[in-house]
Design a protein around this ligand. Structure first.
Ligand code: AMP
Length: 281
C-alpha cells in the first residue's frame, strides 16, 4: 500500500495510473476502521483496478467540539487493516493540507430540505462540513466510483446530490450496513460505549427491525408504527432519543402512503455516545 500525505503526491501517482487506463474506486473515511469500512473497500477492489482510501477526521463537520475531541484515532491499526484488505493507496492528509491558511469555500451547494431535516436539524453545520470535505476529496482523487455506506443514509443522499450539482463524473455506490452479531450497526463510535450502553444500543436495530415487520402488515399505518417505535425507545431511560422517523427513501419527505419506497431512521444518545441507524422498509 502506498501512503500519501499531500494532494500533490497523490495526484502525481493517480495521473500515472489513469494514463495506464486504471479505474479508481474511492472509500473516504474518518479512520477507526471496522468491518463496515472494509466491506466498502472489498467491493471497491472487486469493481475498480485501483482502490484509494482516505482517512481524515474532518473538523468542519463536527458540530460538537467534544465529539471531535473524543473521536477515536487508531492509525496504525487502520493501516494494518487496509493492507490486509489489499488497499492500494492510503491518502492521509493533515488539516493544513485540506484547509490551507486563508482557505474559504466559495459557492457552497444548497441541498435544501435534504440537509435541513433529521441529522441537519440535530447537527447544525454537519452536512455543510461533510459536503465541503467530500467535494475537496473528489476533486483530489477524481475517482471512477465512490463507495459509501447506507449506514449514513442521509449523508449518501446528499453526496449523490453533490455529484449531480457539481456534475462530477464519479458514480456513487451506496452499500449495506455491516452489523455486529446482535444487530448493532458497526460504528467507530461503538468503542466508546461502556458495557451497559453496549447492551442497550442493540435496541436501536431491534426497534427498526420491529418497525419493518409492522409496516409489512397491510392494516398498519405509518404514524401509529412510528409513534409506537418511538415509545419503545423512550421507555428506556438509558436511551436519549433524538428522532425516529419514517421517511421517503429518496427525498426524506414525510411519506403520504406505504406504496412509497420508505426508510426508517433513528438517532439517539446512549451512555453519552451519539448513534445513528436506519433500515429500508
Ligand atoms: P466514517 O469513517 O464514519 O466517516 O465512515 C466512512 C464510510 O464508511 C461512510 O461512507 C460510512 O457510511 C461507511 N460506514 C460506516 N459504518 C458502516 C457500516 N457499519 N457498514 C457499512 N458502511 C459503513
Amino acid at each position: 500500500m502506498l501512503l500519501f500525505k499531500t494532494a500533490q503526491q497523490l495526484d502525481f501517482e493517480l495521473k500515472r495510473l489513469r494514463k495506464g487506463g486504471a479505474t479508481i474506486g474511492f472509500v473516504p473515511t474518518m479512520g477507526a476502521l471496522h468491518q463496515g469500512h472494509i466491506s466498502l473497500l472489498k467491493t471497491a477492489k472487486k469493481r475498480s483496478k485501483i482502490t484509494v482510501c482516505s482517512i481524515f477526521i474532518n473538523p468542519t463537520q463536527f458540530n460538537d467540539p467534544a465529539d471531535f475531541e473524543k473521536y477515536p484515532v487508531t492509525i496504525s491499526h487502520d493501516m494494518k487493516m487496509l493492507i490486509d484488505a489489499g488497499c492500494d493507496i492510503l491518502f492521509l492528509p493533515s488539516v493544513k493540507e485540506m484547509y490551507p491558511k486563508g482557505f474559504v469555500q466559495t459557492n457552497p451547494p444548497d441541498f435544501g430540505f435534504l440537509a435541513q431535516t433529521l441529522e441537519g436539524e440535530h447537527r447544525p453545520g454537519h452536512f455543510a462540513g461533510m459536503a465541503q470535505v467530500v467535494e475537496k476529496l473528489l476533486r483530489m482523487v477524481k475517482p471512477t466510483h465512490l463507495y459509501m455506506g447506507l449506514k449514513d443514509y442521509q449523508q449518501q443522499l446528499i453526496v449523490g446530490e453533490l455529484i449531480r450539482k457539481r456534475r462530477f463524473k464519479t458514480k456513487l455506490i451506496a452499500l449495506p450496513t455491516m452489523r455486529e452479531k446482535d444487530g448493532l450497526a458497526m460504528s467507530s463510535r461503538n468503542g466508546r460505549l461502556d458495557a451497559d450502553a453496549r447492551k442497550t444500543a442493540v435496541q436501536l436495530s431491534e426497534t427498526l427491525n420491529w418497525l419493518k415487520k409492522q409496516i409489512k402488515n397491510p392494516k398498519s399505518q405509518i404514524p401509529n408504527i412510528e409513534a409506537e417505535a418511538q415509545q419503545r425507545l423512550q421507555a428506556n431511560p438509558a436511551i436519549q432519543l433524538e428522532y425516529l422517523q419514517i421517511r421517503n427513501a429518496q427525498t426524506l419527505a414525510l411519506p403520504k402512503t406505504k406504496k412509497e419506497k420508505l426508510v426508517a431512521l433513528v438517532a439517539a444518545k446512549i451512555g453519552g455516545v451519539r448513534l445513528i441507524d436506519n433500515v429500508l422498509v
